[in-house]
Design a protein around this ligand. Structure first.
Ligand code: ZN
Length: 448
């Protein structure tokens, strides 16, 4: 382990992995933001997450790291995280097979104990990069561009594309959400050749909604605050983080060995399937969308591989795609927000007929209404009855075993106890086998 030149580090990682994470302390972190951007420019699929200071925070961050992540960059200075916590995190990342690069700002340690713990951490890390403590941005500026290795295709066939995916790459599969007619690029938007409506492209994101749906979008936009769906390190978010990760891992397991050609995430929210489960990304085409432009903007910003995923604004009830273009569809915690879920499912079946589908919905007959915005109330039987009209169901799982009002209950019972996350994991595991009593019902099947 040594201090290395960034060009060496990137050349080395390029041989190992296309997929990297950047962890930053939970306050202003311009260096980490710039690093994430640089990594994307050099063709990596990169994502940035904040991490709290305590051992529990770092442990949780290591757990939350995508299984596919082959390298982890950690911005660190004494005081950012407890150094023993960092050591713990590095051990866990290493155990998961990821290389760790510590990006260290050169402040001094306050005690010999800190110095020893950091020396151990360095030994376990793959490399250390030095960051200018006074002006971290100067470090990034000094890295580019002549010192860097040439841009080259990555190992494992990952397509190097760092710019946002371009609209003209998918015009051929789109159709007018109002009349179903073909679309063509026209000025600032996409014009329908049949009904002559022009759908706007805002900030590179096509907004493909039926006439009159716009007000709903704006209302939706103001009602939602976009942000990190997992909010690592936030104590009050602990139970939901575990539940989200359990869902991600479950879907990842279900999709193991399944290679999709073209994937669609219906209702991606501010984060999205393509980020949650990289395994679900179509090898030739990946599309994600939501009815809120604000959430879609955020999803694109947070996307690990912005060059691989096309982001659109659309309504689940009028999908703007031609028939049968997808062979994997994902729609998670969306149908309860939709006025006509029957129609939304019929639309998903239309665009993904014969393909794999994964659907989830909250089991609100058990939990009671979880959110204001829910216009449907599903239970196990009603959800399955709806789904079975459009899907050959192969597997039904629960994402969580409902015991009490989950968030408050778990907080009150397990706050600060190291056994907490383990017990939650056990509950999640049991819930998987008891979908009827679970917080959320997951269906895996084939679209008819
Ligand atoms: Zn039209």
């Amino acid at each position: 382990m040594h201090v290395r030149a960034p060009s060496q580090v990137l050349a080395d990682l390029r041989e190992r992995t296309p997929y990297v994470a950047v962890f930053a302390p939970r306050r202003a972190h311009p260096f980490a933001i710039a690093l994430e951007r640089l990594l994307k420019e050099y063709g990596f699929a990169a994502y940035l997450l904040e991490m709290g200071a305590s051992p529990v925070d770092v442990w949780r961050a290591a757990r939350a790291t995508q299984p596919e992540t082959g390298a982890v960059f950690v911005e660190y200075a004494p005081g950012d995280y407890q150094v023993l916590a960092l050591l713990l995190g590095v051990l866990r990342w290493r155990a998961r097979g990821a290389a760790v690069v510590i990006c260290r700002r050169g402040e001094r340690f306050r005690s010999p104990r800190q110095r020893i713990a950091y020396a151990l951490t360095r030994l376990l890390a793959r490399a250390e990069l030095r960051v200018d403590a006074d002006d971290p941005m100067r470090t990034i500026a000094a890295w580019r561009p002549s010192l860097m290795p040439p841009r080259a295709p990555l190992a494992r066939g990952w397509v190097v594309r760092s710019d946002p995916a371009r609209v003209d790459g998918i015009v051929g599969i789109l159709r007018c959400p109002s009349c179903g007619g073909p679309l063509r690029p026209s000025g600032e938007g996409l014009a329908c050749e049949r009904c002559a409506r022009t759908h706007p492209i805002v900030d590179g994101i096509p907004v493909l909604l039926r006439e009159g749906a716009r007000a709903q979008v704006e209302e939706h936009e103001h009602g939602y605050e976009a942000g990190d769906a997992y909010e690592l390190g936030k104590e009050e978010n602990r139970a939901w983080l575990e539940i989200g990760l359990a869902k991600r891992d479950l879907v990842g397991r279900l999709l193991r060995g399944h290679t999709a050609r073209a994937s669609l995430d219906v209702g991606c929210g501010d984060w999205g399937f393509h980020h949650d489960v990289v395994r679900g990304l179509g090898s030739e085409l990946a599309v994600a969308g939501d009815i809120s432009l604000k959430l879609v903007r955020h999803a694109r910003m947070a996307a690990a591989a912005p060059g691989r995923v096309h982001h659109l604004v659309f309504s689940a009830e009028a999908l703007p795609f031609r028939d049968g273009v997808f062979d994997l569809a994902y729609c998670s915690e969306v149908l309860e927000h939709v006025g006509d879920p029957e129609r939304a499912l019929a639309e998903i079946a239309r665009v993904g007929r014969g393909g794999r589908v994964i659907l989830t919905a909250p089991n609100e007959e058990v939990t009671g209404k979880l959110e204001e915005g829910h216009v449907q109330t599903f239970g196990y039987d009603s959800f399955l009855a709806l789904v079975r009209r459009h899907v050959d169901v192969r597997d039904v799982r629960g994402v969580y075993l409902y015991e009490e009002e989950p968030r408050r209950a778990y907080e009150a019972r397990w706050r600060g106890l190291p056994v907490g996350p383990l017990r939650l994991r056990l509950a999640l595991l049991r819930g998987e086998r008891e979908p009827r009593r679970s917080l959320s019902i997951l269906v895996d099947g084939i679209l008819r």
